[in-house]
Design a protein around this ligand. Structure first.
Ligand code: AMP
Length: 407
């Protein structure tokens, strides 16, 4: 029997998301999420996609990631998809920070684990959880290849001119301060799918990819290679996000410390958790913000301001990446906001006919689960909506590596 199944694990600090896919026929066998790990009210939601039946939800304390993965394994076993199955080819792990070294998916060994650990200072929130997920999976199936798929990998092709901050070189190198970029798995998947939608070879097209979810990033992709992206040393730089500020003058931080008396940790929390849309208007969900604007009245003003700031920043990045690329074949929207919010897409390119950019109102308003063009048929630059699928991309990369003998 050929092993064709891949389990994809995305381990956060207090959550684990998972999907089991069969790469033989591309089907999704099961998916789910464990939340609030370490609390008394942990919750496991499991969708038995292949086995059929309703989503199962269990609540109760799940102490740590090991207990969480064991609970997931049990749910899968109930569907006849246990982790002991010989059909399981590998486990693919999302790892947020791969630094400069990891330019592609990598089979995990002790040296790889040590390097992911060495990168904790530049990804203190994410890499420790990712490591725990890998180590726990290794304990459950020590014989199976564990593959790390890095959020930063797609961006390692950025030229130095885009990847370096203009600060003292020795200090930057000593502390590994440079622009790494994130959401790379999504940008890679969406770029390829966008080229397919255009009926072109990925190597022949230049794209501006806008991943607009709760976190948000833009990238400039030239012939399938990333040449610039909006997130930097950490996922804080760039676009306005659900709770993150994106770009600010770095002196804002000194000012808040010196004049506002805030500690570094307080400023970190402010910029990462209490800024962006939520800081501007109290809501980080674009649906809610649009509802407030559409209903009008007093409550609408702050929502409108938040929307305008979000769009202003987005348009600045579209313009910047247009200049970085020189020639643009398509602007591509993806992730929660990008896939679902017609008003955001419309406002992002409004008045940019001079750059060849426009959306067709009917196409933009239509809802569809698949990749689609929303620009008028005669547009010089295509505007597209391409749903992202990071789990599928992680599974594809994991399976390709294992099948081709990388393991
Ligand atoms: P993601 O991080 O990709 O899961 O995106 C989550 C975000 O997508 C939410 O916080 C919302 O702002 C946004 N979103 C999801 N569904 C919609 C929708 N139907 N319309 C507008 N925004 C949406």
């Amino acid at each position: 029997m050929t092993a064709t199944r891949v389990l994809v694990l995305n381990s956060g600090s207090s959550s684990v998301k998972y999907q089991l896919l069969d790469m033989g026929d591309g089907s999704r066998l099961a998916a789910g999420l464990v939340e609030r790990i370490g609390e008394r009210t942990s919750r496991l939601k499991h969708s038995p996609l292949a086995a059929g039946g309703d989503e199962r939800e269990t609540t109760g304390p799940i102490a740590d990631h090991e207990a969480a993965l064991k609970a997931v394994a049990q749910e899968l076993a109930e569907d006849g998809l246990g982790l002991d199955s010989p059909e399981l080819a590998a486990i693919g792990h999302r790892v947020v920070h791969g630094g400069k070294r990891f330019t592609r998916p990598t089979v995990v060994d002790d040296a790889v684990l040590a390097e992911i650990e060495r990168l904790i200072p530049v990804a203190p929130l994410h890499n420790p959880a990712n490591l725990t997920g890998i180590r726990t999976a290794q304990e459950l199936r020590p014989d199976l290849p564990q593959v790390a798929v890095f959020d930063t990998a797609f961006h390692t092709t950025m030229p130095e001119a885009a990847a370096r901050y203009a600060i003292d070189v020795e200090t930057a190198d000593k502390h590994r301060v440079r622009r790494y970029g994130f959401h790379g798995t999504s940008h890679a998947y969406v770029s390829r799918e966008a080229a397919r939608l255009l009926g072109r070879d990925p190597g022949d097209v230049n794209l501006i990819v806008l991943h607009l979810g709760n976190g948000a990033s833009a990238s400039a992709v030239e012939g399938g290679r990333c040449v610039d992206t909006s997130m930097g040393l950490t996922p804080l730089e760039g676009l306005v996000m659900g709770t993150r500020s994106g770009d600010v003058d770095p002196a804002v931080i000194f000012h808040l410390a010196r004049v506002g008396g805030m500690s570094t940790d307080e400023i970190d929390t402010l910029l990462n958790k209490r800024s962006g849309l939520v800081g501007l208007c109290g809501d980080n969900d674009m649906r809610e913000i649009r509802r407030r604007i559409d209903e009008g009245g007093e409550d609408a003003a702050r929502a409108r301001l938040a929307f305008d700031i979000y769009i202003h920043r987005l348009r600045k990045y579209i313009g910047a990446y247009y200049a970085v690329l020189g020639r643009v074949d398509a602007v591509v929207f993806t992730a929660g906001v990008g896939e679902n919010s017609a008003p955001v897409r419309e406002a992002a390119v409004a008045g940019l006919e001079g750059l060849g950019l426009a959306v067709d109102d009917g196409l933009n308003a239509a809802r569809s689960g698949g990749p689609r063009l929303i620009s008028p048929p005669d547009a010089r630059v295509a505007v597209a909506v391409v749903p992202t699928d990071e789990e599928l991309e992680i599974a594809n990369q994991t399976y390709a590596l294992v099948r081709d003998g990388g393991a």
